[in-house]
Design a protein around this ligand. Structure first.
Ligand code: FVH
Length: 307
């Protein structure tokens, strides 16, 4: 049994009216995705565990399916946007008979390993799989303020690229279904690494009675220099040729004891600066004191790249 809106909606983009898309999961993000497709004229079928969440979308022209399997059967392209991988596994189990021949686009948060397992699950049942991650907030779906890294089936991405690009700023990262999650996790991790360091420094600044907002405004003035610095450090890591960026480690290390002593005198955490000093000391002992900060990459723990 399906419920289709009695009110007609004039599609803003009539060219999409014969393109069918299904959205499973109508939480904050799933609803924004479904709404975006509706606004652009797609024949949109929706399903949600709590059926009442489909009502506003049906009123906007969506077809609400009674079951997730019915929703999958309704379109060649199925976008799945659920809370987590546990929810995903439950819903995929319920749609198993319907996925053959479909393109499943999972944008639920999850790990690279889960994405690869999802792709195997889909392939074993005759479906193509794309893994996507969402970097942005629901109100901005459909604008370039939301980034969607995708990975997995190249043919599926190419076949539905124009539809997927309706969601926001889209990039395809390759056939390995885990790469979108790798990109997402790396981007999120880098933001956390930067921001926790920022908060640690605010502790130091505030302890010295300096206004944290005024300090932040001054530091923000130096941010335009970072893209070039990060680019040169990335090249150094890739090539293994470490120029003395930020100066040589011999010079940089001389500063570290003062940095640590300053924090200790104010009762501010020193763990991050002690980590940097320890890495610098190891790199210098290894005979690379003439190289730059990027050469610390060589003394960080971590596995070799996946082959
Ligand atoms: N919201 C955000 O700003 C962030 C932006 C970045 C990406 N995340 C990820 O997007 C996924 C969905 O997030 P959401 O914000 O839409 O989450 P909710 O509003 O809580 O909706 C969750 C939906 O999942 C359904 N659900 C939960 N458990 C189950 C289950 N066991 N079986 C079936 N469906 C399930 C839930 O259904 P209901 O509770 O309404 O019945 C919602 O449809 C997420 O991965 C974020 O990390 C969002």
């Amino acid at each position: 049994m399906t419920t289709t809106a009695t009110t007609t909606t004039t599609a803003t983009t009539t060219t999409n009216s014969d393109t069918r898309v299904t959205v499973l999961g109508l939480g904050a993000m799933g609803s924004a995705i479904a709404r975006n497709f509706l606004d652009r004229g797609y024949r949109t079928t929706v399903w949600n565990r709590t059926a009442s969440k489909s009502t506003p979308l049906v009123e906007a022209g969506a077809t609400a399916a009674a079951t997730a399997a019915e929703a999958v059967a309704a379109s060649p392209l199925v976008v799945v946007c659920l809370l987590d991988s546990t929810a995903l596994d439950e819903v995929l189990a319920s749609v198993e008979p319907a996925v053959k021949g479909k393109v499943l686009v999972n944008v639920t948060s999850g790990s690279a390993g889960q994405a690869r397992a999802n792709e195997r699950w889909a392939g074993e049942r005759g479906a193509e799989y794309l893994d996507g991650k969402i970097m942005g907030d629901p109100p901005y779906v459909g604008t370039d303020r939301v980034m969607f890294p995708f990975s997995g089936s190249r043919s599926a991405f190419e076949a539905h690229e124009s539809t997927l690009r309706e969601l926001g700023s889209v990039a395809y990262h390759g056939e390995d279904a885990g790469l979108a999650a790798v990109e997402f996790m790396a981007q999120v991790a880098l933001a956390y690494e930067l921001l926790i360091g920022y908060l640690h420094v605010l502790k130091l600044v505030q302890a010295e009675g300096v206004d944290v907002v005024e300090f932040t405004e001054r530091f923000a003035g130096s941010l335009p220099a970072y893209p070039a610095l990060l680019g040169s450090m990335g090249q150094a890591v890739k090539s293994g040729a470490y120029a003395p960026d930020l100066g040589s480690l011999d010079v940089q290390a001389a500063l570290m004891d003062d940095l640590i002593a300053h924090r200790e005198s104010l009762g501010v955490d020193t763990m991050r600066m002690r980590e940097v000093k320890e890495l610098m000391d190891r790199r210098i002992v290894d005979g690379h004191g003439d190289q730059g900060f990027s050469s610390l990459f060589e003394v960080l723990g971590g596995a070799a790249a996946q082959v």
